[in-house]
Design a protein around this ligand. Structure first.
Ligand code: UDP
Length: 239
């Protein structure tokens, strides 16, 4: 497993990660805890961009959107990610981390538009960039956004933060106490075994662009830092 510190990473946070024990909405204490870790990574000189989901507020394909037009429901999901992005920005700035939100749907009163070169420049200047509004397109996910942005900004790895699970297992560790965690996996393993790392579109994009994925447990303090430093926690998905 890799032990080298990454230079530039994409951190993928699901919407649920911001909800804490409430399970929905934004829990400011949880966001603060996450922001503190990101501040640490930033201070260690690692360039950080964040892709945040929206499932804590709205998900296109979910019970609450039943009967709705899929495209409208997906746009609502993308708007939900922007709310999460602003919450993260606020928390990061409380730790004195310069932060820019860039959205894939233009809303210039709220955030910058997504401009690849500008995002890279921000990171080079030590600013954390948060990508909101997913890819800007319906029928995609924020996992796919993470893979796409990682390829575009030439990130060394995607850190996939999971809640309540240490990495990728051969079966559900909450159901099967003998479930085994993989320390390494190939992209094809993930796709062929239908392992729950990220959706298939996102995994394929990572495979085609040789982007390693580190799946790790967000619930343990310091794990974002350890993952960014390449300390070999969780499961590494690569070639
Ligand atoms: N979404 C979309 N296009 C994108 C990214 C997201 O349409 O490029 C919508 C989609 O409806 C999705 C919702 O936004 O369900 C929230 O994103 P996601 O489910 O990936 O969030 P997470 O599960 O990570 O919280």
């Amino acid at each position: 497993m890799e032990t080298k510190q990454y230079k530039r990473i994409i951190l993928k946070l699901s919407g649920e990660a911001l909800a804490g024990t409430k399970g929905y909405g934004i829990d400011t204490e949880t966001v603060e805890r996450i922001a503190k870790q990101i501040a640490f990574v930033n201070q260690a000189g690692i360039q950080v961009a964040i892709v945040v989901g929206g499932g804590n507020i709205w998900r296109g394909l979910s019970g609450s959107s039943r009967g709705m037009d899929r495209v409208s429901a997906d746009y609502m999901g993308m708007l939900a990610t922007v709310m999460n992005a602003l919450a993260l920005q606020d928390a990061l700035e409380n730790f004195n981390v310069a932060t820019r939100v860039q959205t894939a749907i233009n809303m210039q009163q709220v955030a910058e538009p997504y401009i690849r070169r500008r995002a890279i420049r921000h990171m080079e200047k030590g600013r954390v960039v948060i990508f909101g509004a997913g890819t800007g397109n319906p029928y995609f996910s924020t996992d796919t956004t993470a893979a796409l942005r990682a390829a575009e900004i030439e990130a060394d790895a995607i850190l996939m933060a999971k809640n309540g699970v240490d990495g990728v297992y051969d079966s559900d560790p909450k159901v099967n106490k003998d479930a085994k965690m993989f320390t390494t996996l190939s992209y094809l393993d993930v796709i062929n075994k239908d392992l729950k790392v990220m959706d298939a579109t996102a995994t394929t994009l990572c495979m085609n662009n040789h982007i390693p994925i580190v799946v790790f447990n967000l619930d343990q303090a310091e794990n974002i830092v350890l993952a960014a430093q390449g300390k070999g926690i969780g499961t590494l998905v690569s070639e």
